[in-house]
Design a protein around this ligand. Structure first.
Ligand SMILES: *Cc1c(COP(=O)(O)O)cnc(C)c1O
Length: 397
């Protein structure tokens, strides 16, 4: 039966039944009381999801990329220097956007599979005695390579030289799935989208803006209208919107945020860690390396699996889809054809993950890769059995 299997792409993610229903909402008057009453409580709950008490939350009808654009346009002026690490397709694209906006980008290249190099960033910031760097850009979770960077270490790099640059963070494939601590890390603008950890349809960029970034907003000279934080913050304060909000997506976001907070964010993070550990155990059992250069930077939301040299990884994703109706992520940019990605974020359970691993095994064996059917599944099962049991159950076993 077509279309019943979960997807294992790292966004858009699977949408739980309850959220699909919530988004099938009838039209409401977005200038009426229902929207105005809903918005403040939603923004308050989103603050919790971002790990912030004081930041302003703005939303735009857009995919996550619009959140990138809003982050730049509201805090910077043409010709401003920004420091950015490039170590995968998403950090690469954000840098490309900076250049098209006429910003002067100082790029630190790291191998794809490495994290944002905080020590190198610290050295560049220390060397910037004239304080020309106005913002530092970090992609918290490089979805293209399955690597999570240490945003706290980048904060420490800024603090070490008392550098005043803003810290702009792409949290599109991390927020609401793995720990994101905006206030603790001193993040000034944090960006996410509705279709990843928030488990919704694509269509909302959700951005948290620190008080410091709101200060920079008044000075920023890059043009913006649709993505203007000022209009959106002002409207949000009164439960309104500067133009027509996608009210069905808001109905979904209202419920998905409630679901995350009811599960408990720390439990959500622990679930993503456990599922990722099982997926990684499977990949190790297959004898295939991760793109992530070191275990401690491997992402809990997406695993990028390097296929053997000479094997076109795109054949695997194509075959898994045509033979088993299961979607995995393809390699992007420099790693196209060299890896496939297993997305395991958002609405995901141990059992769903096992089904994805089983499908990947069948597809790999079909195409002649030297792995044993069931080897990865068994490794993940062993981990999930142990990790899911309560302490008493573990003792009894
Ligand atoms: C998905 C994603 C984006 C945004 O992509 P959109 O397609 O515009 O939603 C940005 N950064 C990362 C790390 C992502 O995973």
């Amino acid at each position: 039966m077509k279309g019943l299997n979960p997807v294992f792409i790292p966004g858009p993610t699977n949408i739980p039944e309850a959220l699909r229903h919530a988004m099938a909402a009838p039209t409401i008057d977005h200038r009426g009381p229902a929207f105005a009453e809903m918005l403040p409580s939603l923004l308050a709950d989103l603050r919790i999801v971002f790990g912030t008490k004081a930041a302003g939350i703005v939303t735009f009808p857009s995919s996550g990329s619009g959140g990138w654009e809003a982050a730049l346009a509201n805090t910077l002026s043409p010709g401003d220097r920004v420091l950015a690490a490039r170590h995968g397709m998403f950090s690469h694209k954000w840098i490309d956007m900076c250049r098209r906006f006429g910003l002067d980008v100082e790029v630190i290249d790291a191998p794809w599979g490495e994290a944002a190099p905080a020590a190198e960033m610290a050295a560049r910031l220390e060397a910037d005695k004239a304080r020309k760097i106005k913002a530092v850009l970090v992609t918290h979770n490089e979805t293209a390579t399955g690597v999570t960077s240490d945003v706290g270490a980048v904060r420490a790099a800024l603090d070490a030289s008392a550098h005043p640059a803003l810290l702009l963070v792409d949290g599109v494939s991390s927020i609401a799935s793995i720990p994101f601590r905006m206030d603790e890390w001193g993040v000034d603008v944090a960006v996410t989208g509705s279709q990843k950890g928030l488990m919704l349809a694509t269509g909302l960029a959700i951005v948290a803006v620190s008080e410091k970034a709101q200060g920079a907003m008044a000075e920023a000279k890059l043009p913006r209208w649709f993505f203007d934080f000022r209009d959106m913050l002002k409207a949000g304060a009164t439960g309104s919107y500067p133009y027509t909000p996608p009210t069905q997506l808001f109905a979904g976001l209202r419920l998905s945020t409630t679901m995350l907070l009811e599960e408990g964010l720390e439990n959500v993070y622990a679930r993503h860690r456990r599922i990722a550990d099982g997926v990684r155990a499977a990949i190790a059992a297959w004898g295939m390396p991760l793109c992530a250069a070191r275990p401690e930077i491997a992402s809990d939301t997406v695993s990028a699996v390097m296929t053997p040299p000479g094997f076109d990884a795109n054949r695997l994703t194509a075959h898994a889809f045509s033979a088993y109706d299961v979607s995995f992520g393809v390699g992007l940019g420099d790693v196209a054809g060299k890896l496939f990605r297993i997305g395991h974020l958002g609405a995901m359970t141990d059992v769903m993950a096992l089904s994805g691993l089983a499908a990947a095994e069948m597809a790999m064996v079909d195409l002649g890769l030297k792995i044993e059917l069931g080897s990865g599944v068994a490794a993940a099962q062993a981990l999930y059995r142990k990790a899911s049991a309560t302490p008493a159950e573990r003792k009894a076993a």
